[in-house]
Design a protein around this ligand. Structure first.
Ligand SMILES: [Zn+2]
Length: 321
């Protein structure tokens, strides 16, 4: 059962108005090419897709941007497989995405980190937050949250949908215990108020596209950090892994810009280093919708099968070696 839709890192999309390959006229709304900043150590970037389908051009663009940022700076480029959602991830997509990226000309360090192989690590991170009273169990179904929000006359939008109204934060300890004993499934949410109390300093990050940013985690509410179906979450794992792998520059789509408010807070709570961020523009299809993995014809794999060459793809994305 999926409790909360989480943004998946590779939900990167982009504007692509012409289905034919016309390299010299592709009117792509790509912009904001990252500026390589002076760096005092080795620059480390990563591309971190979820193997839930074939990569599309938006992924190709995102991967290329991260790779180029590293290569141009004499840095390191990592590939990380974000496969915590075992119900949706498939080994064949894992193999296919690596094949597609290699075909595109990208090279990355080995071994590749697979999140599914590190679940105990994430568990211990969760236990640390739990022991500090920063998490609480949430038993709400999505329908219950929706009803609560409607009864309250609406809720602001957060990164994972409408802001959680805090229902389970107000449960008594006895009630929580009773429901846990009864076996009611639950997610663990961040107690944002307590989290903010424990990091009193102003949180900032450096964004290559938008300049210095002040984190505003208060606009995100009590986010689920441990999904009840998989025992962890994208937000928790991505923050942990970026730090663990020494990623200095996170290059990703601007659809994840809002999530950075939360990621910055998690870095502060976990005492992790803060990477520089680069949130690039997104590709969209002719109808203005974000590219989706379900469209095989528009996948990198599908385009390869149709005979499109690597140079065409790069030209279509306005990418240069
Ligand atoms: Zn709840």
């Amino acid at each position: 059962m999926i409790f909360v839709e989480i943004p998946v890192l590779n939900k990167v999309s982009g504007e692509l108005r012409d289905p034919a390959c016309v390299p010299d006229r592709a009117d792509l709304s790509l912009r904001d090419e990252p500026i390589v900043q002076p760096n005092f150590g080795t620059l480390v970037t990563r591309f971190a897709p979820s193997p839930t389908g074939f990569l599309h051009l938006g992924h190709a663009y995102s991967a290329w941007m991260a790779w180029r940022l590293a290569v141009q700076s004499g840095g390191r480029f990592l590939l990380r497989i974000e496969d915590i959602d075992v119900t949706r991830c498939r080994p064949e997509y894992d193999a296919a995405l690596q094949d597609d990226l290699a075909w595109l000309g990208l090279r990355w360090e080995q071994p590749v980190r697979r999140q599914s192989e590190h679940l105990p690590e994430y568990r211990s991170v969760v236990e640390g937050l739990w022991s500090r009273g920063l998490l609480y169990p949430c038993f709400c179904s999505r329908a219950e949250i929706q009803r609560e929000i409607e009864a309250a006359g609406g809720a602001p939008h957060g990164i994972d949908g409408p802001l959680y109204p805090g229902t389970c934060r107000r449960l008594s300890a006895d009630e929580v215990n009773a429901r846990v004993q009864r076996g009611d499934p639950y997610a663990l949410r961040l107690n944002l108020e307590r989290a903010l109390e424990s990091v009193p300093v102003e949180l900032c990050w450096m964004d290559l596209q938008r300049g210095d940013q002040r984190a505003q985690p208060e606009v995100l509410g009590d986010v689920v950090l441990v999904r009840r179906d998989i025992g962890c979450s994208y937000h928790l794992c991505v923050v942990w892994d970026d730090a663990l792998q020494g990623v200095t520059h996170v290059s990703r789509g601007e659809d994840l810009f809002e999530a950075t408010h939360l990621h910055r807070l998690l870095q502060a709570l976990l005492n992790l280093p803060v990477p520089v961020y680069s949130h690039h523009g997104l590709l969209k299809d002719a109808a203005g919708k974000r590219l989706a993995k379900r469209d095989r014809a528009e996948s990198l794999r599908g385009l390869r099968e149709q005979g499109m060459c690597r140079e065409n793809i790069l030209a279509r994305l306005r990418l240069h070696e």
